[in-house]
Design a protein around this ligand. Structure first.
Ligand SMILES: *[C@@H]1O[C@H](CO)[C@@H](O)[C@H](O)[C@H]1NC(C)=O
Ligand SMILES: *[C@@H]1O[C@H](CO)[C@@H](O)[C@H](O)[C@H]1NC(C)=O
Ligand SMILES: *[C@@H]1O[C@H](CO)[C@@H](O)[C@H](O)[C@H]1NC(C)=O
Ligand SMILES: *[C@@H]1O[C@H](CO)[C@@H](O)[C@H](O)[C@H]1NC(C)=O
Ligand SMILES: *[C@@H]1O[C@H](CO)[C@@H](O)[C@H](O)[C@H]1NC(C)=O
Length: 452
């Protein structure tokens, strides 16, 4: 892949002279933001994925498969990100709650509604185009602005190539975080006018009930090309239920006071997940950081860290502790010289397991890991062959509802196909994985041993 240098891109951007605040591209669709439109009928087709259990040293392949359903749409392009289920809006009898997902190369966000089982093992749904956004990745939902109004969301936008086509409303912007409501987009981040003009490539947005939000600035070529501003930012919002501005913001520091930013040879925080809040202190919570370096599909750098964060009403959040987490996946599940490529994570409803997605070829999948110990339990593999073309398909986002073995539990996993050859075509799939079966890869059914 060939990229222009950052200064050259900036020069182009300045010459183009577009102001990007609450940009030209980001806007809710007038007739569908609230989801009350018909949408397009779509069908998820059944696929079986492989369940591999982890012995502590290697994978054991079971003959058990996990039922999943795959939705492929031309409109998706090759980059889907940021799936987000809305469990409280689930209708009785539906297979899964409404699901939001973003098409990063087509600047679109959809709501996939009325997800129900259909004949021939398929799953039917209605796909609704709810908003334009500049290279959207993940979303974080916030309550409606008015009684009876639609939910709003913060969207992390990030495009290291700067040009966002939108609906012929092209703009030059690297990205940021916008609050999208039924009428408009409001830019929260970057905070300073200069940074806001150029934008920053934001990958992940999550907020805590205390009103503090966090944004990871990460470029996929992190650690391959200069990416010095790839840092993890905090933002104290005007109000947890109405986050229209950052009243204070900065770069999150670790327990020694060092800023959490890209380090050569380690990468930067790509995805992160806010974990449990302490039962005795609503201002103290866990935060899982997923570090990734290099935009390649085999080698690179990945590791995870579990932080304990304490916020006060005023000022920067404090990291009070930090420990390595999930080394079964990052250090043991692949051989030396290869890398898993940590992506995003979701905590199940029991708070017992964290599901982590990874995108590199030697272990492309989703992995159930113990919340407290970080130990790997089992992995779901086979996602790279869900789309039957010659391009590499990889995990690019994860969310879920329920927990392993509990009725009605589903994982929502987004995929991408390898960038750089997209002119030769390509697709991406939105997967729903049925984790309510609670099958286990019992050693009695072991057919092969493998180390992927
Ligand atoms: C797969 O497992 C089932 C029990 O879950 C067993 O009856 C069957 O024989 C196994 N098949 C193979 C090929 O091992
Ligand atoms: C795209 O822009 C055209 C021209 O402004 C407009 O008529 C059309 O409705 C827009 N489409 C969408 C999906 O927003
Ligand atoms: C919370 O506080 C109660 C009462 O002081 C104590 O018994 C309990 O262990 C605390 N829980 C945690 C997780 O710290
Ligand atoms: C995991 O691997 C990384 C990089 O190779 C190394 O720095 C770290 O110490 C390893 N951690 C464990 C627990 O083996
Ligand atoms: C999901 O798994 C459960 C438990 O095996 C099963 O009852 C249900 O029919 C499955 N649903 C779909 C759509 O696969």
């Amino acid at each position: 892949m060939v990229f222009g240098s950052a200064p050259a891109l900036l020069a182009t951007l300045l010459a183009a002279g577009h102001s990007a605040e609450a940009g030209q591209v980001c806007r809710p669709t007038p007739d569908c933001f609230d989801g009350r439109c018909l949408g397009t009928p779509v069908e998820f087709l059944p696929v079986d994925l492989q369940l591999d259990s982890w012995t502590g040293l290697s994978y054991v392949r079971s003959n058990t498969s996990v039922r999943a359903h795959s939705l492929v749409q031309k409109d998706f392009g090759i980059f889907l990100h940021g799936p987000k289920l809305r469990p409280k809006q689930r209708k009785p009898g539906h297979y899964a709650p409404p699901l939001y997902v973003s098409g990063s190369l087509v600047d679109k966000i959809w709501r996939i509604d009325d997800i129900q089982t259909a004949p021939a093992g398929a799953v039917a749904a209605s796909m609704k185009f709810v908003s334009w956004a500049s290279a959207p990745s993940t979303m974080w939902f916030v309550p409606p602005a008015r009684d009876g109004g639609p939910e709003r969301f913060l969207v992390a936008e990030g495009n290291p190539f700067f040009l966002n086509p939108g609906n012929h409303t092209s703009e030059m912007w690297a990205g940021g975080v916008d609050l999208v409501d039924e009428e408009k987009c409001t830019t929260l981040f970057p905070v300073s006018a200069l940074d806001r003009f150029a934008g920053k490539v934001v990958n992940t947005v999550e907020c805590h009930a205390s009103g503090y939000c966090f944004f990871s600035v990460w470029k996929f070529y992190d650690d391959s090309l200069p990416s010095n501003d790839d840092c993890l930012y905090w933002c104290q919002t005007s109000s947890p239920d109405d986050p229209t501005t950052c009243t204070q913001s900065g770069i999150l520091t670790d327990e020694s006071g060092k800023q959490i930013c890209h380090v050569s040879g380690t990468g930067a925080v790509h995805g992160f997940m806010l974990g449990k809040t302490d039962v005795n202190n609503s201002n103290s919570f866990d935060m899982l950081l997923l570090y990734t370096g290099k935009g390649t599909f085999d080698t690179g750098e990945s590791h995870m860290e579990m932080l304990k964060i304490v916020v006060s009403n005023d000022g920067a959040p404090k990291t009070v502790s930090r420990r390595a987490w999930g080394t079964d996946l990052t250090n043991k599940s692949i051989q030396v010289g290869h890398d898993v490529g940590c992506d995003h994570a979701w905590t199940d409803d029991d708070g017992k397991y964290i599901w982590v997605g990874s995108f590199r070829e030697k272990n492309d999948g989703v992995h159930m890991m113990d919340y407290d110990t970080g130990k790997l339990v089992h992995s779901i593999h086979g996602i790279s062959s869900v789309i039957p073309n010659s391009k590499y398909t990889y995990v690019s986002g994860i969310d879920g509802t329920g927990s392993w073995g509990k009725p009605g539990s589903v994982l929502a996993v987004a995929t991408c196909q390898k960038y750089g050859t997209q002119l030769t075509g390509g697709e991406s799939a939105m997967l729903l994985i049925n984790i309510s079966q609670g099958v286990t890869a019992a050693p009695a059914h072991v057919t092969t041993e493998l180390i992927v």
